[in-house]
Design a protein around this ligand. Structure first.
Ligand code: CP
Ligand code: NVA
Length: 312
């Protein structure tokens, strides 16, 4: 059986910590290039990239990361996924015959589950679905681990915005590491009920999840403030309605002033400046957004090593 990474919940808390530690080693070794200890770690493996939505960071960091681990990368055009061509599970069963892993960005998480159920020998990695973005959360936790010297216990992270994919994986990962999460969303855009239940199950060191509708209450005295676009990929027809409903959830200097003085600002990017975040905040000294983007590379290399070289 191949290991999959569809969700942060596919890792135990110990595996999540190990992956962050490995990301730090991979990052430190990167200047050694072909002499890095992991430069040939995945030699002979074939890994596919199949993206049904646009991507800058995820696509580029996986492409570079796969090469830096010595594996072969194949871009699979998204049009092969059209249902009128062949069923999704048949696409997956073909891929399983040729490659070791496929990294997929798609719509519903159910599409990823359909693939994993059809392909026990293929590792499937979630490069973002409507419901979860676990690769992003790995990089986010790695970025915070660097800033907080690996200490998550007692820390509080506020997420302000839409309680969908990025927020869900943030909640899973932060709670597994022992940080509490405050989530502020407009009514109707809360975390899924399943996520709230999962958070309670995976919480370590007494970390708690608290949901708010008031963004000011959510960010008061927190150590980190996170936001994401108000309109996710695939929801473009809802843009005007969402812009209206999310207006008071903008992360601006007045909102950041309520967090701890040494708090950091996080965003998965792409950012819509002037909507969910102001220029002043994203360009401020507290902003770690480009550290997060850089760390996508190191965190995903560590995840690929974990998923492809440790038994299920
Ligand atoms: N944060 C993120 O996943 O960026 P891309 O959509 O550009 O891959
Ligand atoms: N929530 C956003 C994240 C982009 C990385 C989206 O799904 O479009």
């Amino acid at each position: 059986m191949a290991r999959n990474f569809l969700s942060i919940l596919d890792f135990t808390p110990d595996e999540l910590r190990d992956t962050l530690d490995l990301a730090a080693r991979v990052k430190a070794d990167r200047p050694r290039g072909p002499q890095a200890p992991t430069a040939q770690a995945l030699a002979g493996r074939h890994i596919g990239l199949l993206f049904e939505k646009p991507s800058l960071r995820t696509r580029v960091t996986f492409t570079i990361g796969i090469r830096e681990l010595g594996a072969d990368m194949i871009e699979i055009p998204a049009d092969v996924m059209h249902a009128d061509r062949e069923p999704l599970h048949d696409v997956a069963r073909n891929l399983e015959r040729w490659m070791d892993a496929v990294i997929i960005r798609t719509f519903g998480q159910d599409r990823l589950l359909e693939i994993t159920e059809a392909t026990p020998r293929l590792s499937v990695i979630n490069a973002l679905s409507n419901e979860e973005h676990p690769c992003q959360a790995l990089a986010d936790m790695f970025t915070l681990a660097e800033r907080w010297q690996g200490r998550f216990e007692g820390k509080r992270i506020a997420f302000v915005g839409d309680g969908n994919n990025v927020c869900t994986s943030l909640v899973h990962s932060a709670m597994m590491l022992g940080a509490s999460v405050h989530v502020a969303t407009p009514k109707g855009y809360e975390l899924a009920d399943d996520t709230v239940d999962q958070a309670a199950q995976v919480s370590q060191h007494g970390a708690g999840l608290t949901e708010f509708t008031d963004p000011k209450a959510a960010v008061r005295d927190v150590d980190a403030v996170y936001t994401d676009v108000w309109t996710s990929m695939g929801q473009e027809v809802e843009y005007a309605e969402r812009k209206r409903k999310f207006t008071r959830y903008q992360v601006n200097e007045a909102l950041m002033a309520l967090a701890k003085p040494d708090s950091v600002f996080l965003h998965c990017l792409p950012a819509h400046r002037g909507e969910e975040v102001t220029d002043e905040v994203i360009e401020s000294a507290s902003s770690l957004v480009f550290e997060q983007a850089e760390n996508r590379l190191h965190a995903q290399k560590a995840m690929l090593l974990k998923v492809l070289t440790t038994p299920a």
